[in-house]
Design a protein around this ligand. Structure first.
Ligand code: FAD
Length: 375
């Protein structure tokens, strides 16, 4: 039961954004910048964003050597270059917008660990550098001289350095988005699960108060930014959820002989250090089928694989003790580009960010807000 005041002031908007991850908040902010008089509401089912934006590893990356080579098997050179450009420019634009210290950004470089069977990638390194040269005006990838100095197991034969990658703190990035949204007087309501959208009428129905309250909002425009969870609202969207697991160790108690963001296995496995701890994640390629889910749960097979990797390859001979673990859900498709389009009536979508939303989320929101402004 809502009061006269609540009905009068809380249910009617110029834009409603569903989902408050990187994309939802960026969409709301960019829309408000273009349309300062618009009343903008963001609806989020969790207390915090509950998908990927606060669950990720914080790699400010655009693709390792083997990942780019793998992409070149299914995409043209132009498509791969466009993909890398979108990610790299995306990273630069958040650094310019918020500043490195606000984001907790560190230009600590990216590294990829290669095993014997991956020697072929080294033969292609020069070719990939030439392909990316128009974008970076320099070699992106180079072979590290003394891989043994980082203390990895002898299974690691080569380490390829990426000069242009770094790392940030996803919680700081999200906090910066919240702060900016507040400055723009964007209203964010959390604990509201949107259950139905009537595209022509501009109606957004949801459940709040632990499912006890049925809410019906009206809006001139609607933006769906629910990434991996989009199929619950729009069943025909070409999205495949993909769960990601992250393990975080206790402070290690010994000095770590490396710094930066590390990839293995075409980017499926990744690790970095966070305040003297090991953050290790990924490996959904070890059990693809079971990781195609929106359920937040730990796959024991993948956890075991990562634990073994920590003790045998990253810190051979050490026993890493884990402090915490969590999962987040990403959204993938047959192709790697996001879906940004007008759906029908008053609704547009900006979803399917894959595993690089730190890099492209801000820009996807900017593009979606442009589209909404023209609808
Ligand atoms: C484990 C892991 C590690 C990752 N590591 C990196 C990395 O290092 N670097 C990188 O660039 N990217 C990484 N990513 C990917 C990146 O985090 C995502 O691409 C990005 O966060 C997607 O942002 P988004 O706003 O589209 O989606 P999300 O952050 O998932 O936001 C969608 C929001 O919609 C809300 N929502 C869904 N349905 C409803 C509903 N019906 N009603 C109301 N709200 C709803 C959800 O609760 C969620 O908050 C990683 C992802 C994971 C899971």
């Amino acid at each position: 039961m809502f009061s006269y005041w609540e009905k009068k002031h809380f249910f009617d908007y110029g834009l409603i954004v569903v989902g408050s991850g990187f994309v939802g908040l960026s969409t709301a902010i960019h829309y408000k910048k273009k349309n300062p008089l618009a009343n903008v509401l963001v609806l989020e089912r969790g207390v915090f964003p509950s998908g990927a934006s606060t669950k990720n590893a914080g790699f400010a990356c655009f693709g390792s050597l083997t990942e780019i080579l793998s992409d070149l098997n299914s995409m043209t050179e132009d498509e791969v270059l466009a993909l890398v450009e979108r990610r790299y420019k995306g990273l630069n634009s958040i650094r310019t917008q918020f500043g490195d210290s606000i984001l907790g950004y560190s230009p600590s470089y990216g590294y990829e660990l290669l095993e014997n069977s991956q020697q072929g990638a080294l033969d292609e390194m020069k070719y990939v550098n030439e392909l990316l040269r128009p974008l970076f005006n320099d070699d992106v990838f180079s072979l590290l001289g003394n891989p043994g100095a980082m203390g990895f197991s002898s299974q690691i034969k080569w380490i390829v350095k990426n000069e242009f990658e770094g790392e940030l703190d996803p919680g700081k990035y999200l906090s910066a988005l919240w702060k900016l949204a507040q400055e723009f007087q964007i209203r964010i309501l959390t604990g509201v699960t949107v259950t139905e959208i009537k595209h022509k009428e501009g109606m957004v129905a949801g459940e709040g108060g632990g499912g006890k309250e049925i809410l019906e909002f009206k809006s001139d425009k609607i933006a769906i930014c629910t990434n991996a969870f989009t199929n619950k609202l729009l069943p025909d969207t070409a999205i495949q959820p993909g769960r990601g697991l992250i393990l975080l160790s206790e402070p290690l108690g010994f000095s770590i002989p490396w710094r930066g963001t590390f990839h293995m296995d075409e980017g499926y496995v990744y690790f970095r250090q966070v305040e003297e701890r090991l953050l290790l994640g990924g490996a959904r390629n070890k059990d693809f089928k079971n990781e195609e889910t929106t359920e937040f749960a730990v796959n024991p097979k993948i956890k075991l694989y990562l634990e073994k990797l920590a003790n045998e390859v990253i810190f051979p001979g050490e026993k890493v003790v884990w402090e915490t673990e969590w999962t987040g859900i990403m959204a993938f498709g047959k192709i790697k580009s996001p879906i940004i389009r007008h759906l029908e009536g008053k609704t547009a979508v900006g979803v399917r960010l894959g595993g690089m939303g730190v890099a492209i989320g801000w820009q996807v929101g900017r593009e979606l807000s442009g589209l909404l402004s023209e609808m």
